[in-house]
Write a protein that binds this ligand. Structure first.
Ligand code: IPM
Ligand code: MG
Length: 364
């Protein structure tokens, strides 16, 4: 039997509720499988840790994670600490430290979810957004001078390297190739950004030659927002820079019914380091501690984690259980207009997994 070593980092706000829920569901799936189990280690990093120690995570934090098979992350964000401190001190430190350069964000309208696009059938919206996760607008390069004086200046420089662009585009083409429609839309803004985005387009054209079976098109990021709303079925796999994909993925999640459902994987495709899985939503301080958070984004992220670990059948079982739960409006949390609690949704998914496991062992 295989043991996967998983780090859990609940972080802040509702992360402290949804990560334990995710762990419960992963334990339930492992209980039904003769092939693998989990060895979890929890890390109390985030806003509270910052108040005690002045940093979001310890200086040797990455070393504590290095030997893990995967990381399940909640969210980082605290109303009393500036957002750029919480972000750069924890989540980006892990993403960049472990060169998790491919951020993958699937979006679908799950059964039972009332999505806002009335002209679109649920099957018309089935996308995966691939976000460049290591450079671009989030490279952290820039600075401030003359602080506090009238001539104050500040820069945030977007850095794009040929190696960085090539690897994310190649990853996106491969992903598009593995999906039934074999379709990739490359998001750009090379009309206005005439250096890096032009290089991005050129590299997209070069890499596309390696994937003759993938239908590839190019869309400006502003036009892409309109296309997502008006012609969702024309999109399948989408690749974009760090900031463009950040924005498009919130739109995608909202169009699929709720930010509370959307998952993310921060992948090191070369598997030199552990990859990190997290719901796309933030720390949601307005509802924290009340047991109202939607755990589905974390559960779907756990599905992505199982896929990454190579546990395809467990991933499928968990996704089926999630979809049977979303199909039942009595199990919808507040973000979906329902009254269910985090615990009720979690227990429903676990019960579904247990009944599947019982059915399977009877069949065997
Ligand atoms: C996301 C989030 C983060 C980002 C925030 C929390 C800084 O919006 O994962 O999409 O912009 O990367
Ligand atoms: Mg975002």
């Amino acid at each position: 039997m295989r043991t996967y070593r998983i780090a859990t980092i609940p972080g802040d706000g509702i992360g402290k509720e949804v990560v334990p829920a995710g762990r419960r569901v992963l334990e339930a799936i492992a209980a039904g499988s003769p092939n693998f189990r989990f060895d979890f280690e929890d890390f109390d990093w985030g806003g509270d840790y910052y108040r005690k120690h002045g940093v979001m995570m310890p200086a040797d934090g990455l070393d504590a994670l290095r030997g893990k098979d995967a990381i399940l992350f909640g969210s980082a964000g605290d109303p009393h600490i500036p957002d750029h401190v919480t972000l750069w001190g924890l989540r980006l430190k892990i993403c960049q430290g472990f060169d998790q350069y491919a951020n993958v964000r699937p979006t679908r309208i799950l059964p039972g979810i009332d999505a806002p696009l009335k002209r679109c059938a649920p099957k018309d919206l089935d996308w995966v957004i691939v976000r460049e996760n290591s450079e671009g607008e989030y490279s952290g390069v820039g600075g401030r001078a003359h602080q506090g004086h009238p001539i104050e200046v500040a820069t945030d420089v977007s850095i794009m390297t040929r190696a960085g662009v090539e690897r994310i585009l190649r990853f996106a083409f491969r992903l598009a190739q593995s999906r039934p429609r074999k379709r990739l839309t490359v998001i750009t803004k090379s009309n206005a950004q005439r250096h890096a985005m032009v290089m991005w387009d050129e590299i997209a054209l070069q890499v596309s030659k390696e994937f003759p079976d993938v239908k590839c098109d190019k869309e400006l990021v502003d036009a892409a927002t309109a296309r997502m709303v008006n012609r969702p079925a024309t999109l399948d796999t989408i690749v974009a820079t760090n900031l463009h994909a950040d924005i498009l993925s919130d739109l995608a999640a909202a169009l699929a019914g709720s930010l509370g459902i959307a998952p993310t994987a921060n992948l090191d495709p070369e598997r030199r380091y552990p990859s990190m899985f997290e719901p796309i939503h933030g720390s949601a301080f307005d509802i924290m501690g009340k047991g109202l958070a939607n755990p589905v984004g974390t559960f779907w992220s756990a599905v992505m984690m199982l896929e990454h670990l190579g546990e395809r059948s467990a991933a499928r079982q968990l996704m089926e259980a999630i979809e049977r739960v979303t199909a039942n409006p009595a199990l919808h949390t507040g973000d979906l207009g329902g009254k269910a609690t985090t615990a009720e949704v979690t227990e429903a998914v676990c019960a579904m997994l247990a009944s599947n496991a019982a059915a399977n062992s009877q069949a065997a």
